[in-house]
Design a protein around this ligand. Structure first.
Ligand SMILES: Nc1nc2c(ncn2[C@@H]2O[C@H](COP(=O)(O)OP(=O)(O)OP(=O)(O)O)[C@@H](O)[C@H]2O)c(=O)[nH]1
Ligand SMILES: [Mg+2]
Length: 408
């Protein structure tokens, strides 16, 4: 298929809060590149709030229009989610293809989705996004199809468009809930086996998949692109203490993650909810590292993921020679590592062991010979220190997870 390269101009508003707008447009540029568009220029307007009907002010619109003509752009991408009326007005005023951060991220997710679940989630998000936009387009939308069968009063076409979308949404939701049910079964199996789950979270491009690959040879795609990973991958990782944990790598977070995506991807994003330990991977070489960390914590918060032990990994430390060291007051432990260099990761394994051993207690008990099954269970979920065969049974000494005590 022939690939058309869009040439775009990026437009953002500097409201003096959170991310520096220049950095945000740098990120938008990377998103555009990931989606296959070339950035010709960037324009920033300093204003406290977005303009309610045109996002930027009148004068700035003229400036953007001029840039489109001078540079030969085929489209404009705005650094926030535009309201339907902003999008409508800007399309008219600029007379070119108008896109926003949300469309771009949805597009990237669509091209990255591999599994049935990922595809359904992306389509759900896209449909929900377009459902809110249909109203704004009104008649122009009904003319879009053109030709026989599409003529007629705009409103009724709009109604039927809506109905088609709603039906599709409810069908997809049903399919998705089947898949989620299946995953819940798997999760509860893990829980029964008592294997601790360690979940990698972090801003997109922080190095989560690289870390998983270095530790477990997982062979997960890792790339210098945003959202290289969409679908969760879980791998076994054996600690130096010989205890096994499950490491899960999943979709990264980003500033202004569209709420349609958060809704649709809830089950994927929530992967960390079932973790015993959260590993927060940070790209310490990125000048926006602190803002990115804040986005990660806010996203975890909005997913109701709290009060779990957190290990923060300041990653890519091979690139941070002259930078001041970063800190994370939210973390149980923080470490400087380089995910591409396994020699820097010993301290990481140790940190996991330490946190897990905090949750274990020393245990000894005499079991009768026909209770050998329980000892097998201790061996699997805990750390069996010794078993002594005596005349009246087997005497066991072990460290076991606290929540296993009642069951052994
Ligand atoms: N120099 C250096 N590069 C690294 C390090 N860790 C990861 N990278 C690079 O950073 C880029 C992103 O790494 P990924 O592992 O794909 O990042 P991710 O967090 O999985 O990103 P998403 O899946 O997009 O959320 C890749 O080009 C990696 O090679 C590191 O320790 N040092
Ligand atoms: Mg990844």
């Amino acid at each position: 298929m022939e690939q058309i390269t869009e040439k775009v101009i990026l437009v953002g508003i500097d409201s003096n809060e959170g991310f520096d707008e220049e950095a945000s447009l740098e990120e938008l540029k990377l998103l555009a590149k990931t989606a296959g568009a070339e950035t010709l220029g960037t324009i920033i307007q300093a204003r406290e709030n977005v303009h309610p009907t045109t996002y930027i002010g009148k004068g700035k619109i003229l400036e953007v229009k001029e840039a489109i003509d001078n540079l030969g752009a085929t489209g404009v991408i705005f650094d926030d989610e535009l309201t339907p009326s902003q999008m409508n007005n800007l399309s008219k005023e600029l007379d070119t293809k108008v896109m926003d951060r949300t469309v771009l991220i949805l597009d990237i997710f669509a091209s990255r989705a591999n599994t049935a679940e990922g595809k359904i989630q992306v389509e759900l998000a896209q449909l929900r996004y377009s459902l809110t936009r249909l109203a704004g387009y009104g008649k122009s939308m009904s003319r879009l199809g053109g030709g026989i069968g599409t003529r007629g009063p705009g409103e009724s076409k709009l109604e039927s468009d809506r109905r088609v979308i709603r039906n599709r949404i409810s069908k997809l939701k049903k399919e998705l809930s089947e898949i989620i049910k299946h995953r819940d079964v798997k999760r509860s199996q893990r829980k029964r086996n008592n294997i601790p789950v360690v979940s990698l979270v972090g801003y997109t491009n922080a190095g989560k998949s690289t870390l998983l690959n270095t530790l477990t040879n997982a062979g997960v795609l890792s790339e210098d692109k945003l959202f290289a990973t969409l679908d969760p991958t879980t791998k076994k990782f054996v600690l130096p203490s010989k205890e096994t944990v499950l490491l899960t790598d999943t979709v990264g977070f980003i500033n202004k993650l569209p709420h349609h995506l958060i809704e649709a991807f809830k089950s994927t994003l929530e992967e960390a909810k079932y973790a015993d330990i959260i590993v927060h991977v940070v790209d310490a070489s990125n000048p926006e590292a602190y803002n990115q960390m804040e986005v990660v914590y806010k996203t975890l918060d909005s997913l109701d993921i709290h009060s779990k032990p957190v290990i923060t990994l300041f990653n890519k430390c091979d690139l941070c020679h002259d930078k001041p060291a970063l800190k994370d007051i939210n973390a149980t432990k923080s470490l400087n590592v380089s995910a591409i260099d396994i020699n820097t990761l010993d301290s990481f394994s140790k940190a996991i062991e330490e946190i897990l051993s905090d949750r274990k207690i020393y245990f000894e008990k005499l079991y009768s010979f026909n209770e050998a099954g329980i000892i097998q269970r201790i061996r699997k979920s805990g750390q069996l220190l010794s078993e002594e065969y005596k005349e009246n049974g087997i005497f066991v000494k072990a460290y076991i997870p606290k929540d296993l005590v009642g069951r052994v």
